[in-house]
Design a protein around this ligand. Structure first.
Ligand code: PBG
Length: 325
């Protein structure tokens, strides 16, 4: 028996009914706001391709964190820009780097925020790749120690969670071991486990000045055609000791988020990346879409697919919008 007995529209008649039967309630509790921390003081430089996103010096980053916490957003993820780049990205592990100083300053200010750090070398290397290179090859094993040292420097500064985004094999194990050896057994690892080689990172590379100077990242980031391989990547990272895993980007990979959610009982994060943000901003600025509705619909979709943690440049906007919904 179907129509006229069954009428799905019955439950859509009023906002009260719609709210009553809604399956996914977007909230600020899983949002993470990304910040780009740069050297200097009093720097607040807007990123051309990412309206309302800034490169911030440590002092300004702390101000921003206060605003983020006041909006009820629980976490930030920090990306760093170095004073100087070199072949091995040595500033990634410097105790006086912008990220390390920012973490210390946030801790000192007693702002109630989880501090996550992106662990990678691409912002710090002169060649812009996420590991050490030999000729045109990105070397896996020699990069692991550098990444582990960067993670350790973040933990020493006071990070709660380190998030390796380099896609080298074995980096989660290397980081876990290094943290444990140094008594940071309580610092958690959020691994960018299924990170695809994506053109959606374009604007980020302007923000973090991290574009590869030759070639691309196809030899380490995943091929966009592969979903089963994502399951394998997640499995390996969990075996190596990841506490949480991430799928990135989000929008073109909702099936991957769902697959990973269904297969593993760990917190699943998704990164609503720079290109996804830039497209919404650009279309909204042209008057072609309603930014608020589109952004909230996108975030709802990512959560519905199975991500309980969402990294998004729309986090502050979303927190404001959700307050007034
Ligand atoms: C660093 C890193 C990237 C992003 C996060 N960490 C860029 C890349 O892999 O090239 C992208 C984030 C975004 O686009 O918002 N490896």
């Amino acid at each position: 028996m179907t129509f006229p007995t069954h009428r799905p529209r019955r439950l859509r008649r009023s906002e009260a009914l719609r709210g009553f039967v809604r399956e996914t309630h977007l909230s600020t509790t899983g949002l993470v706001y990304p910040l780009f921390v740069c050297p200097g003081t009093n720097v607040r430089q807007e990123v051309g391709s990412m309206p309302d996103v800034y490169q911030l010096s440590v002092d300004k980053a702390v101000e921003e964190c206060r605003e983020v916490a006041d909006l009820g957003i629980p976490a930030v993820i920090l990306f760093g820009l170095p004073e100087r780049k070199d072949e091995t990205g040595s500033e990634a592990a410097s105790a006086t780097g912008a990220v390390q100083r920012a973490i210390e300053a946030i801790r000192k200010s007693k702002i109630n925020l989880l501090v996550i750090t992106d662990v990678c070398l691409c912002e710090y290397t002169s060649h812009g790749h996420c590991g050490m290179i030999e000729g045109e090859n990105v070397l896996n094993d020699p990069s692991l120690g550098l990444l582990a040292n960067a993670a350790l420097s973040h933990a020493r500064a006071g990070a709660d969670i380190v998030a390796p985004s380099d896609m080298m094999d074995g980096r989660v194990a290397a980081i876990r071991r290094k943290l444990d050896e140094n008594k940071f057994q309580d610092v958690a690892i959020l691994s960018y486990a299924a990170k695809y080689c994506s053109a959606f990172y374009g604007p980020f590379r302007e923000a973090a000045d991290s574009a590869p100077q030759f070639g691309d990242r196809r030899s380490y980031q995943m091929d966009p055609g592969n979903a089963r391989e994502a399951v394998r990547e997640v499995e390996l990272d969990l075996e190596e000791g990841a506490d949480m895993i991430m799928v990135k980007p989000a929008l073109a990979y909702l099936d991957v988020i769902q697959r990973v959610r269904d297969r593993f009982d760990v917190p699943v994060a998704a990164y609503n990346v720079s290109g996804e943000y830039a497209m919404v901003k650009a279309a909204a600025r042209n008057g072609w879409i309603d930014e608020k509705r589109v952004a909230l619909e996108i975030l709802t979709g990512i959560q519905r697919a199975g991500a309980s943690i969402i990294l998004t440049y729309h986090a502050k906007d979303a927190a404001r919008w959700l307050k007034h919904c």
